[in-house]
Design a protein around this ligand. Structure first.
Ligand SMILES: Nc1ncnc2c1ncn2[C@@H]1O[C@H](COP(=O)(O)OP(=O)(O)OP(=O)(O)O)[C@@H](O)[C@H]1O
Length: 261
C-alpha cells in the first residue's frame, strides 16, 4: 500500500501572465493535510490568480501543481471553493443551493440518501438547521455565506480554497465566520488555502501565513502561527505577530523610481 502523500497540494516553478503582463513567477508552495494556510499580500499582487491556478481554474504559463500526488489540470473533485460573493441561485432553496454541484459529472456518484445526509449535516454545521426551505432572498449576507460554506462542505473536500470569503461582511459577522471556518474545517478534517488582505484574519485563522508581493509576484516570507486557540485570548502574541507581518508587508510595496535630478 502506498503511504499517504505528506502534502495534499504541491506547486513548483509556477508562473502566470495576463497577455504581456506577468502576474507571478517562480512560486513554490505546499499545503499539508488539515493545514490552514493564509495567503496575504497587498491588493493586486496576484493572490486570487495564484489561488485560481492552484485550484486548477487557470493554466499556469510554467510550473506544475499536484494534488494528492497527481498533476492537476482542472479542479479536483476533493477540492471546493468559496468566494467573496456567496453566488447562490435565487430560484433554489437553501437546501438545493447547498446540494448544488454534488451531481456534476466530475463529482463522484453518490446515492440520493447520502447526498441528503451530507447536505443536512453541512447545513447544521454552519448553523442553518431548520432553514433548508428558505430562499436566498430571505437571507442576510452572513447567512448566504454560511450556505456557500455548507455547499463546499457537502462535497467533503480535502482542500477548501477560500478567496476573501468574509471581506464583504460586517466586523462582528466576519469574526463569527472566521471562528466557524476553523471549527468546521477541523471537524471535516479539511485543509484550507485562505486568500486575504486582512492580517488579523490571517493570524486568527491560519496555522501558517505566506506573504506574497513584488512584480511579478513571488512568495516572500512565511510564518508558522503557534498561538493557542482561541487566539483572541492571546492579544499580546497576536499584536507582536501583526507588527512583524505589517513590517514585512510594507517592504513589499514597490517603490516608485525616484527621478534623478
Ligand atoms: N482577467 C484579467 N485580465 C487581465 N488582468 C487581470 C485579470 N485578472 C486580474 N488581472 C490583473 O492581475 C493582477 C493580479 O490580480 P489578482 O486579482 O490576482 O490580485 P489580488 O492580489 O488577488 O488582488 P485583490 O487583493 O485586490 O483581490 C492585477 O494587476 C490585476 O489587475
Amino acid at each position: 500500500m502506498n503511504a499517504p502523500a505528506e502534502h495534499l497540494l504541491a506547486a513548483r516553478g509556477l508562473a502566470f501572465h495576463y497577455g504581456a503582463q506577468p502576474v507571478f513567477a517562480g512560486v513554490a508552495l505546499a499545503i499539508r493535510r488539515r493545514e490552514i494556510v493564509a495567503l496575504l499580500g497587498s491588493s493586486g499582487c496576484g493572490k486570487s490568480t495564484l489561488l485560481r491556478a492552484l485550484a486548477g481554474l487557470e493554466s499556469p504559463a510554467a510550473g506544475q501543481v499536484s494534488f494528492l500526488d497527481q498533476a492537476l489540470a482542472s479542479p479536483h473533485p476533493r477540492s471546493a471553493l468559496i468566494f467573496q460573493q456567496a453566488s447562490l441561485l435565487p430560484w433554489l432553496t437553501v437546501e438545493a443551493n447547498a446540494a448544488f454541484g454534488l451531481d456534476f459529472r466530475h463529482q463522484p456518484a453518490i446515492a440520493a440518501a447520502t447526498r441528503r445526509e451530507r447536505v443536512r449535516e453541512a447545513l447544521a454545521a454552519v448553523g442553518l438547521a431548520g432553514r433548508e426551505s428558505a430562499w436566498p432572498a430571505e437571507l442576510s449576507g452572513g447567512q448566504a455565506q454560511r450556505v456557500a460554506l455548507a455547499r463546499a462542505l457537502a462535497r467533503e473536500p480535502e482542500l477548501l480554497f477560500a478567496d476573501e470569503p468574509f471581506s464583504a461582511l460586517d466586523a462582528i459577522t466576519r469574526a463569527e465566520m472566521q471562528n466557524l471556518l476553523v471549527e468546521v474545517v477541523h471537524r471535516w478534517h479539511a485543509a484550507v488555502l485562505l486568500v486575504t488582505h486582512d492580517i488579523d484574519e490571517a493570524i486568527l485563522v491560519a496555522d501558517r501565513i505566506l506573504l506574497m508581493g513584488g512584480r511579478p509576484g513571488t512568495l516572500l516570507a512565511e510564518w508558522t502561527v503557534d498561538i493557542p486557540r482561541p487566539r483572541e485570548d492571546h492579544p499580546g502574541a497576536v499584536t507582536a505577530l501583526r507588527l512583524d507581518i505589517l513590517s514585512a508587508l510594507r517592504d513589499t510595496f514597490v517603490q516608485p523610481t525616484a527621478d534623478v535630478a
